[in-house]
Design a protein around this ligand. Structure first.
Ligand code: ATP
Ligand code: MG
Length: 731
């Protein structure tokens, strides 16, 4: 989040359009003043892309060239949209729409539905997993938890790439997509899922875009209406635009090209959902008269952070990597990034909380610190550790601030008090507005000291405390302001969704941290299996994980910490390895050139070679943390889903390659040979005998007889070619 001092919360609005341009460098200024025709900004993290487009809109509005209501700014998350509205308002350009594709489409859909379709818009489905599970059950296909997640993602991918159920198998074959189940099965589940939705009159997240596209395509009158309303379009984080979002953008534009896009191909982190940086990278081909601007100065991070970021990207491969931009820090030098290995997860969390407490003690505001992780379930241990260390934190996105029940209640109470002219008897005149606000909010649960512990009570208190701080800042910025002035300010902010900074350490996933920045960033849990995540297998998927880590690193302005732990719980087996992405970046790790790479998947071996052979433990206990397992998928893996996999990735890749060939030979889908789960379990257990292989779930006597020799040979280190060659010899 941006700095939360009162001067930045209530800055002076620039006096003129030209004053808006102050504080931009020459290239950013070029972006801001190119108000006509297509504009494309290709630039690395922290170079001021978002700043440039925000100033561009503000400059256009303030100079009277752009009508505020005719501009639609599209950003990636609600939080980023909220932040952009805040920035626009500070620059004197409130009233401009800044939304996500989704919220912009939803608004149009709600407005035009009665006219285009009739009746009310169907209810929006919050989560699809439940309905996908139901669809699978109807098709008599059993899915475990992981498969359910994977099939749901496949349905989402199909929808954003505008692939209908019947076409799915053919598209998979054509694009050589690695489907998590038999494509025919997925197609069947997808079709049934769509039917269930229709029967129940619900629509899902992707339908919002699909239906808007359909209406704009079919109804020229409605498309004209929308095009009359919006004349200028600005898209942030354009590297992650999906084909469906691009289609919507094209429909909004019609035959105009009043479009400004900004992005960084090295920060593409949603290609697993069907997004692609191609639209960004091919922008000039599509718009030959486009103004293309590169920004290279990194204003966000210190040379130390930038050096690590450049090093990380230096190892990247693939199309996005070809377009990488070396960042040049504009800041004073700062501390070296810290790399810390911990024996187990609780010590990692405690160590992190301790370092955060120390930073706060040296004056870094809690709101300027973030802990970022790969998957949301990692947050829990950090919540606990921060609560134990007495450090305030927040999990929720700032964009919802004004929607929170306690904030709405507080608003009602403040409005009531303002109408009553304030309750003067409660006040100490010298303190004025803040005292008045504290008095009103104390009836809603605000107290001088925060409540002990974490959870809902603490969350509520944090929200009220944020309002108290806002009142204090407001009073400092506008001495003599009354409660009514504050209520008006709150209303205006609520309308603009510009939340005050909650003064807590942010706990967020790497994906949700996109576009944001903090003084201090802690990247935690950086082990193989978490970063890259276990289910990233192909080269492209691994590269996307690397970019995700790059996004994490480049969120830090000054302090950067990278950490991992060797086991999940104290006393557990230290089977985890630090993320491969850290090789060559942390002190004492192998130089980049010395790393070996495995064939096929291109996945790197650990410096010590394949992990040692392991025997199998009890069938119903997690190998990593020892918890008793009940879930079928977890039992198959012999570990909790959340416990990082310590499997030998190179072995997994070889098994995967072998399976593809065998499946083709016998003319069956790959999962008929072995499912992904079983392959993972094999790559984790590295069986050394038929007995060890036979106990792995999903192997069974028939498959043992058919594939056992080959699998054991691969586990013993033979190459896929050798194994397949032998099979051919035997025939
Ligand atoms: P990301 O790729 O992470 O989205 P970005 O390119 O959008 O980054 P911004 O968030 O716009 O970068 O800017 C990064 C930081 O640098 C912000 O704090 C911004 O205010 C600051 N900044 C950008 N340009 C300038 C400038 N010309 N002078 C001073 N500070 C700047
Ligand atoms: Mg940005």
């Amino acid at each position: 989040m941006t700095a939360a001092t009162h001067s930045s919360l209530f800055p002076q609005v620039p006096e003129s359009a030209d004053a808006v341009l102050d504080g931009l460098d020459p290239e950013q200024r070029e972006v801001a003043t190119a108000l006509h025709g297509p504009v494309c900004v290709l630039a690395g993290a922290g170079t001021g892309k978002t700043r440039a487009i925000t100033h561009r809109i503000a400059y256009g509005v303030r100079a009277g060239i752009l009508q505020p209501t005719s501009v639609l700014a599209v950003t990636f998350t609600n939080r980023a949209a909220g932040e952009m509205r805040g920035r626009l308002r500070q620059l004197g350009a409130g009233g401009v729409q800044a939304r996500t594709f989704h919220s912009a489409a939803l608004r149009q859909l709600q407005y035009f539905w009665p006219k285009a379709v009739g009746g009310n818009l169907p209810r929006l489905l919050e989560r699809k997993v439940q309905l996908v599970a139901e669809a699978a059950a109807r098709c008599r296909i059993r899915l475990d938890r992981n498969e359910l997640r994977d099939v749901t993602s496949e349905i989402e991918w199909s929808k954003v790439t505008q692939t209908v159920p019947g076409d799915y198998p053919a598209v998979v074959a054509k694009t050589q997509r690695d489907a998590p189940r038999d494509p025919a099965e997925i197609s069947q589940i997808y079709a049934t899922y769509e039917e269930l939705k229709r029967d129940r009159s619900v629509i899902d997240f992707e339908d919002v875009l699909l239906l808007t596209v359909a209406i704009l395509q079919d109804r020229h009158d409605i498309a004209d209406h929308v095009r009359r309303q919006y004349q200028h379009f600005v898209v942030d984080e354009y590297q992650d635009v999906s084909p469906l979002q691009q289609r919507l953008l094209d429909l909004w534009l019609g035959d105009r090209d009043t479009l400004c896009v900004v992005g960084d191909a090295s920060q593409t982190i949603y290609s697993f959902t069907g997004a692609t940086p191609d639209h960004l990278l091919n922008f000039r081909t599509r718009h030959p008269n486009a103004t293309v601007v590169n920004l290279v100065r990194d204003y966000r991070s210190t040379p130390q952070v930038v050096h690590l970021a450049n090093g990380l990207l230096g190892q990247a491969r693939g199309r996005a990597a070809e377009h990488r931009l070396e960042l040049v820090s504009q800041r004073e030098p700062g501390p070296e990034p810290a790399c810390t290995e911990y024996p187990d997860e609780p010590s990692e969390a405690e160590g992190t909380a301790r370092r955060i407490r120390d930073l706060i003690a040296t004056g870094v505001p809690a709101g300027e610190i973030a802990v970022l992780y790969r998957v949301n379930s990692q947050s829990e241990v950090y919540e606990q550790a921060l609560a134990d260390a007495g450090v305030p934190y927040q999990l929720r996105g700032a964009e919802r601030f004004f929607e929170r029940a306690e904030v709405r209640e507080a608003g009602v109470a403040l409005r009531g008090a303002a109408r009553a002219g304030g309750n003067d008897s409660l006040l100490d005149d010298a303190e004025g507005l803040p005292a008045e606000v504290r008095a009103v909010l104390s009836t809603k649960g605000w107290t001088q000291q925060p409540p002990a512990g974490s959870g809902a009570v603490r969350d509520r208190w944090e929200s009220l405390a944020a309002l108290v701080r806002l009142a204090e800042d407001f009073e400092r910025a506008k001495p003599g302001a009354t409660l009514s002035d504050l209520v008006a300010e709150l209303d205006e902010r609520a309308a603009a969704q510009h939340a005050p900074t909650v003064q807590g350490v942010s706990l967020a996933s790497l994906h949700s941290a996109k576009g944001l920045e903090w003084d201090a960033v802690f990247l935690v849990g950086l082990t193989e299996g978490m970063m890259p995540i276990t289910y990233a297998r192909t080269d492209e998927q691994i590269e996307e994980e690397r970019r995700l880590l790059y996004v994490g690193v480049t969120r830090a302005r000054l302090h950067l910490s990278l950490s991992w732990s060797l086991s999940r719980s104290p006393g557990g087996r230290a089977g985890r390895r630090p993320s491969r992405f850290l090789h060559g970046l942390r002190p004492g790790s192998m130089p980049l050139g010395a790393r070996g790479t495995a064939g096929g998947g291109g996945i790197e071996r650990g410096p010590a070679g394949p992990v040692a052979k392991r025997g199998r433990r009890g069938p119903a206990r997690c190998r990593v943390c020892g918890r008793t397992l009940t879930d079928a998928g977890e039992m198959k893996l012999m570990r909790c889903e959340d416990c990082p996999s310590d499997m030998d990735e190179a072995l997994y890749e070889r098994l995967h390659d072998w399976r593809a060939v065998r499946a083709k030979e016998i003319g069956q889908p790959a999962f008929c040979v072995f499912t992904d789960k079983t392959l993972m379990a094999i790559a984790e257990a590295v069986p050394g005998s038929e007995g060890e292989l036979a106990v792995i779930s999903g192997v069974g006597a028939r498959k043992l007889g058919r594939f056992g020799t080959a699998v054991l040979a691969i586990c013993a280190g033979e190459t896929v070619e050798e194994v397949l060659g032998q099979a051919a010899d035997e025939m």
